[in-house]
Write a protein that binds this ligand. Structure first.
Ligand code: NAP
Length: 344
């Protein structure tokens, strides 16, 4: 049986990956920052398992912190595949960008070095579109693809999270290319991940849907979001493990792009009595508000920017047909309403 070390198993995406690994017969050694979180992971996956027999043996836990050395070498012993998803994904940027960059980069390196020592030959890393889209598209090209890299000095590429993912992914490729050629690395680079979580502890990801449902913004900025369903992201990680053609590849995960206003209109149609606002915020107003509000200032470089992503490689190599973004949006909203996070 193939044993996988899954880091970040307590995350929104991590829980979905754990579930799919278990349902496909893998043995999962799941890492959590604190062992007290293991019950949360077990509860989240349990009711979705095809077969829940012998779960204690199929799903075990180790404590690992991206910022601490302890435990990594032992955790990788006897592992066939490292699936590294852990990385901070906060809603707001911290004042000190190193709060994200340090765990992302150093954590990735801790995981990879321990994998090399343990003789692990297969690694799947959860990267992001963030390590791709922080650059200007070349002339005549209308969509981002896996050949592109974020420039961390570009206005769109210089945010703390974007930097953290770009530098972590670069460090991973540099390590396997220069120091561990025996390791086959694949990166999965999702756009904004949405879709029903497995439990109420779902991090920052579907906060976009929550924000729209709550009608938090009186008018919506002209922002575009490329979206992908969490089940597809999990499936790509798991399917990549045994797919030879994905070795050495970066693979974007995206089902399509929607504007803020399109998302609001879609959800308003589904929940007509909700507080959802669908009006567009004029650009000049955002520039004025940005003088007083840092969060508005941080989105200015993206206002009006197209966000087209070419995810044909995922289809070509992994045969994936992405779940339509509108369905993922509706299922995210249904989850939030069903769990009383939002009233509609
Ligand atoms: P999430 O729910 O916040 O999960 C993040 C995971 O990383 C959690 O398990 C968290 O553990 C763990 N983690 C964070 N800092 C850690 C540390 N210092 N030591 C050990 N573990 C730590 O976020 P997510 O949406 O599932 O994201 C998972 C991965 O996907 C991340 O690499 C993220 O960059 C990437 N990604 C996400 C999206 C998206 O839209 N969600 C898009 C592209 C890429 P705790 O539970 O203990 O906090």
């Amino acid at each position: 049986m193939t044993t996988v070390l899954l880091t970040g198993s307590s995350g929104y995406i991590g829980k979905h990956i754990a579930l799919q690994l278990l349902n496909q017969g893998y043995l999962v050694r799941a890492s959590v920052r604190s062992l007290s979180k293991s019950a949360e992971v077990i509860d989240a996956v349990s009711s979705h398992l095809i077969d829940s027999s012998n779960l204690n043996a199929r799903l075990t836990f180790v404590e690992l912190d991206l910022e601490k050395d302890s435990g990594w070498d032992l955790a990788l012993q006897g592992i066939d595949v490292l699936l590294h998803t852990a990385s901070p994904f906060p809603l707001a940027s911290p004042k000190d960008e190193n709060e994200l960059i340090r765990p992302a980069v150093e954590g990735t390196m801790r995981a990879l070095r321990a994998a090399k020592i343990a003789g692990v030959k297969r690694v799947i890393l959860t990267s992001s579109v963030a390590s791709i889209y922080g650059c200007d598209l070349p002339a005549g090209v209308s969509a981002y693809d896996e050949t592109m890299w974020t420039d961390v000095t570009h206005p769109v590429g210089s945010g703390a999270y974007t930097k953290s993912k770009t530098l972590a992914e670069k460090a991973a490729w540099d390590f396997v290319n220069n120091e561990a050629p025996e390791i086959s690395l694949t990166t999965i680079n999702p756009v904004l991940v949405i879709g029903a979580p497995l439990d109420k502890n779902f991090g920052s990801s579907i906060s976009l849907v929550e924000r729209v449902l709550k009608g938090k913004d009186p008018m919506l900025p002209d922002l575009k979001f490329a979206l992908v369903d969490v089940r597809d992201v999990a499936q790509m990680h798991v399917d990549a493990i045994k797919n030879e053609s994905t070795k050495g590849q970066r693979i974007l995960a995206s089902s399509g792009t929607r504007s803020f206003i399109e998302i609001a209109k879609l959800l308003k149609t589904t929940y007509p009595k909700s507080k959802i606002k669908t009006g567009k915020a004029p650009k000049f107003l955002l520039h004025v508000l940005a003088l007083f509000d840092g969060s508005i200032k941080s989105i200015l470089p993206q206002i009006g920017k197209p966000m087209n992503v070419n995810a044909s490689k995922a289809h070509r190599l992994l045969g994936i047909d992405f779940i339509p973004a509108d369905l993922s949006l509706k299922e995210s909203a249904d989850f939030l309403i069903r769990n009383s996070t939002v009233k509609a």
